[in-house]
Design a binder for this molecule. Structure first.
Ligand code: ASP
Length: 340
């Protein structure tokens, strides 16, 4: 844990290979511990996590709250509709109000890219010692989802030792609405850092060619890439080209709330071309797991029978793994100075 240097977790672009290893190792330890009910860990006793969600969430918010409780932190959450935001209070002043109440970690989700990053910068400048954890900003970044996907894949490939090395050389296909997906962007940073070969698949309206160069320049805000050598990214247009030889397939939700034009001819046509079914999956040439960050549009991104097939679908496993991953992140950001 000695190499951990992040005050905030905003973007996986800033993660080194050692950072991924640290988070995965801690998550594996937390996952193995019975930490519910009376057996909660005392690590964050006396610490306060505040969730500030300006955009809806089912999984991420409850998973962060459960993770914090399992580490004995106090938990507070904010609802934009019933808050003073509607009276004109700024996001920074809202955040500072919670810091004044003692928040040690702010878990922030916003529909605009850059809000958690801006908040972290402004709070740092104001001399506040609170940590900001990005729980999803627009289409830019969703670090805890990228990490839980990485953990799920690493556990699939090497259940006893789910380290970043478990991903090296694996062919991971990501199919769907890459353009609007912060999950895809976070996965691109994480998977390429671990040496996986990523194949992106989708129609040109949802997957511009430029994504093949996504990790080629230094990450935003950094002078150099913290990872020396990354795995390659390939962009293909058909599942018939993408699937042969795949080791895992990750499907993405069509982000209708972020599509401001007609980018698809019809949902039926999308399912015909890019929807995953048992039959399509056979193109991989061996049994491979299927992931989806949720919420799923059943019968669009993936057939209901595939989603419900425990031999193939890792979707519920992703949800389960979200808790130890978020425990690891909260622990790394907030354990120092906790009362226990
Ligand atoms: N739950 C994920 C997110 O917040 C994925 C999705 O909404 O499609 O980005």
């Amino acid at each position: 844990m000695s190499n951990w240097s992040h005050r905030h977790v905003l973007d996986l672009a800033a993660f080194s290979l050692a950072d991924y290893a640290t988070v995965l190792e801690l998550a594996q330890r937390f996952r193995a511990m019975p930490v519910a009910g009376a057996r909660k860990l005392p690590a964050l006793q006396g610490r306060l996590m505040t969730s500030l969600f300006f955009e809806p969430s089912t999984r991420t918010r409850s998973s962060f709250e459960l993770a914090a409780k399992r580490l004995s932190a106090d938990v507070q959450s904010f609802s934009p509709s019933s808050s003073s935001l509607s009276k004109g209070e700024s996001i920074l002043d809202t955040a500072r109000t919670y810091v004044a109440m003692g928040a040690n970690v702010l878990v922030v989700r916003h529909r605009c890219a850059g809000v958690p990053q801006g908040l972290a910068r402004d709070l740092d400048q104001a001399g506040e010692s609170v940590a900001v954890l990005n729980a999803g900003d627009g289409l830019r970044s969703h670090p805890s989802q990228g990490l839980l996907d990485l953990f799920t894949l690493a556990r699939h490939f090497n259940p006893e030792l789910p380290t970043p090395e478990a991903l090296r050389g694996k062919r991971i296909v990501i199919v769907g609405d890459v353009l609007h997906s912060r999950v895809a962007r976070s996965n691109l940073w994480a998977l390429t850092a671990c040496g996986a070969q990523v194949v992106l698949c989708g129609p040109a309206t949802l997957l511009p060619d430029a994504f093949s160069g996504f990790v080629d320049a230094p990450p935003p805000g950094l002078a150099a890439d913290p990872v020396a050598q990354r795995g390659p990214i390939q962009v293909v247009r058909s599942l018939e080209e993408a699937l042969p030889g795949a080791d895992a397939v990750m499907t993405l939700r069509l982000q209708k709330e972020r599509m401001h034009q007609h980018l698809l001819t019809s949902l039926d046509r999308y399912h015909q071309l890019y929807g995953l079914t048992h039959q399509r999956l056979a193109l991989c040439g061996k049994p491979v797991p299927v992931l989806h960050p949720g919420p799923v549009n059943r019968g669009v991104e993936l057939a209901g029978s595939l989603l419900d097939d425990p031999a193939t679908s890792l979707v519920e496993e992703q949800v389960r793994n979200g808790i130890p991953i978020r425990m690891a992140l909260l622990y790394l950001l907030a354990a120092k100075g906790a009362s226990a």
